[in-house]
Design a protein around this ligand. Structure first.
Ligand code: ADP
Ligand code: MG
Length: 558
């Protein structure tokens, strides 16, 4: 018999008020609940903080029996169970951190209908499925963080793949898969892998208009720290996250903040689980204002007053980026995000990718991330179009919208750079190229005879930063590419050759030097009499060496 939606609406609304204290459902929640109650498989794609948990928790309460929730992390399960119990809902988790007898008792209680939500890992479910029958007492399987099942997703967990057995073993029990990753390829893969039967798909908008988007290219070390501390100061009563690519990077920023008297902690996979729990706890309860972390931090964090997220390095793909910035502003109030991006990040990420299982796919994802960073159109458009969401206007809340670039015919600049590359047989990296263009008298350059090539010094009218920015755009536009396997030398692409030959022209976005930091830099340079290009060079060299030695990533460069 088809369930009566009116009846479900009334009962669901009453549960929402009674157990959660909310007066109304958010967009989509009630439709999802109704579909789950009609025992249809469901795929829920909703951004982080969108309110996915309620979508399976309310059906669990409305149904007889127990809803089994698959979750990838013990800490996530614990948080959820604690929150549910605090609201008076009988929930429990079985996992390896419990004594086995306790797990067995919990299973027994659940099978007798005394527990409404039972959390476990995918491995655990498969193990239990081997010697237990779920037929008579399981009302729903909820697969949280369902993107973990897909190799296309950003957080693939091989254990999740075994979940395809659920439908095979229990075709009559509905499955609800939930994720905040919604690019089409991952979305389709989740449904296929889980063998969902004609699923009801809820695709919420992934736009989080309250979160501002900003990218800063090539900031120096001092600028990074100053920008972060200004961000902290803007929100003295709230908190923020600094994401770094490497553990060392997170440690370094944390130390820099601590020296300046900020309450900060560090979180990465190199810490013991006790240390990690402590760090997370201190952040959640406001003991510290900032957590400097690697990607290891954040899944399932439900803290509403995270006002800002800074990426000290470019994330490896758009999915990670979206998830990480999505941890800010979960209360719907204004939140700021800022991403520091540099050539060095790309080189480092590419070196990680070469060691990963799917280099081609991951390189493609990295390219999309890079395109986002270098976008000269509304960033929210780029972000949402990545998630296949139509968004046909400029957002007005990203740095590109607020300060649109001025474009100019950059053909001559591009040709200068390409010519210098060509005359050095494309055997040089970024810094050397800029040095040649600017006519540096650096010893290595002279030794190699680069001061005698025709393009030596032709670009001295432009600053190092300007060249850096234009070369960045050339990379983004596909005029040049980085040969990651050849010491990061720059190469001219076929498109680049056509520009060099004068067959095509190219527009560049005008780079305006940050006046405040430039005057400061000039002052400090005068004092220390160090050439900033030399500084940059040594940084880049250090970074390349550390990559070559496989030491992980330098905390920040230039
Ligand atoms: P997700 O799993 O999608 O990241 P959660 O389920 O953790 O999100 O929910 C995020 C926050 O939104 C939680 O604090 C939750 O209590 C709250 N929330 C969910 N649904 C509603 C609602 N209908 N009204 C108000 N707050 C809600
Ligand atoms: Mg969730």
């Amino acid at each position: 018999m088809k369930p009566d939606n009116n009846d479900i609406d009334l009962k669901a609304g009453a549960l929402l008020r009674r157990f959660y204290g909310y007066s109304s459902f958010r967009d989509g929640q009630l439709d999802i609940i109704r579909n789950a109650m009609s025992r249809r498989d469901t795929l829920v794609l909703m951004p982080t903080g969108g309110g996915k948990s309620i979508c399976y928790q309310i059906p669990a309460l409305l149904n007889d029996g127990c809803c089994i929730v698959i979750s990838p992390l013990i800490s996530l399960m614990k948080d959820q169970v604690t929150a549910l119990n605090a609201n008076g809902i009988p929930a429990a988790a079985i996992n390896s951190s419990n004594v086995e007898q306790v797990n067995a008792d919990t299973m027994l209680q659940a099978s007798r209908g005394r527990i409404k939500l039972l959390y476990m890992s995918p491995e655990r479910l498969i193990l239990e499925m081997e010697h237990r029958n779920f037929c008579n007492w399981v009302s729903l399987f909820a697969i949280d963080e369902a993107h973990c099942i897909s190799q296309w997703g950003h957080d693939f967990r091989p254990e999740y793949t075994a979940l395809n057995r659920i439908k095979a073993s229990y075709p009559g029990i509905p499955v609800m898969a939930l994720t905040a990753t919604a690019d089409k390829i991952t979305r389709d893969d989740i449904a296929t892998q889980l063998c969902l039967k004609n699923p009801y798909i809820h695709l919420a908008s992934f736009d989080r208009p309250n979160i501002s988007l900003k990218v800063l290219a090539n900031p120096g070390k001092a600028k990074r720290i100053n920008t972060i501390t200004r961000m902290i100061d803007r929100y003295p009563d709230d908190s923020g996250i600094v994401y770094c690519l490497s553990r060392k990077g997170a440690e370094t920023i944390n130390a820099e903040l601590a020296i300046r008297g900020y309450r900060s902690t560090v979180y990465h996979a190199g810490l013991s689980s006790k240390e990690r729990d402590e760090a997370q706890e201190r952040f959640i309860n406001g003991d510290v204002q900032v957590v400097c972390a690697t990607v290891a931090f954040g899944m399932g964090i439900d803290k509403s007053n995270i006002r800002w997220v800074v990426h000290n390095n470019m994330p490896r793909n758009m999915e990670s980026y979206y998830q990480e910035i999505g941890r800010a502003g979960r209360d719907g109030m204004k939140a700021e995000t800022l991403l520091f991006y540099s050539f060095a990040d790309i080189a480092t990420l590419q070196s990680f990718i070469e060691k990963s299982g799917q280099p081609a796919l991951n390189t493609e994802k990295l390219t999309r991330m890079k395109e986002y960073c270098e976008a000269t159109v509304c960033r929210r458009r780029v972000l949402l179009s990545y998630f296949n969401e139509e968004y046909d206007h400029d957002c007005g809340n990203c740095d590109v919208c607020l300060d649109p670039p001025v474009r100019f015919d950059g053909t001559r600049i591009v040709q200068m750079a390409l010519s210098a590359m060509s005359r050095t047989n494309e055997m040089i990296g970024l810094t050397m190229l800029i040095d040649i263009l600017r006519g540096s008298a650096r010893a290595e350059l002279i030794e190699r005879g680069y001061d005698r090539i025709k393009t030596y010094g032709v670009g001295r009218d432009l600053s190092f930063s300007e060249w850096n920015a234009y070369l960045s755009q050339m990379l983004q536009l596909g005029i040049i590419e980085i040969a990651y396997t050849e010491s990061n030398h720059l190469k001219i692409t076929p498109y680049g050759r056509s520009i060099l030959k004068g067959e095509r022209t190219v527009m560049l976005a005008k780079f305006f030097f940050d006046k405040a930091s430039s005057s400061k830099k000039r002052k400090s340079t005068a004092q220390s009499a160090v050439n900033p290009a030399e500084l940059l060079f040594s940084e880049l060299k250090r970074l390349r060496l550390s990559i070559a030695r496989n030491e992980g990533v330098a905390p920040y460069i230039v």
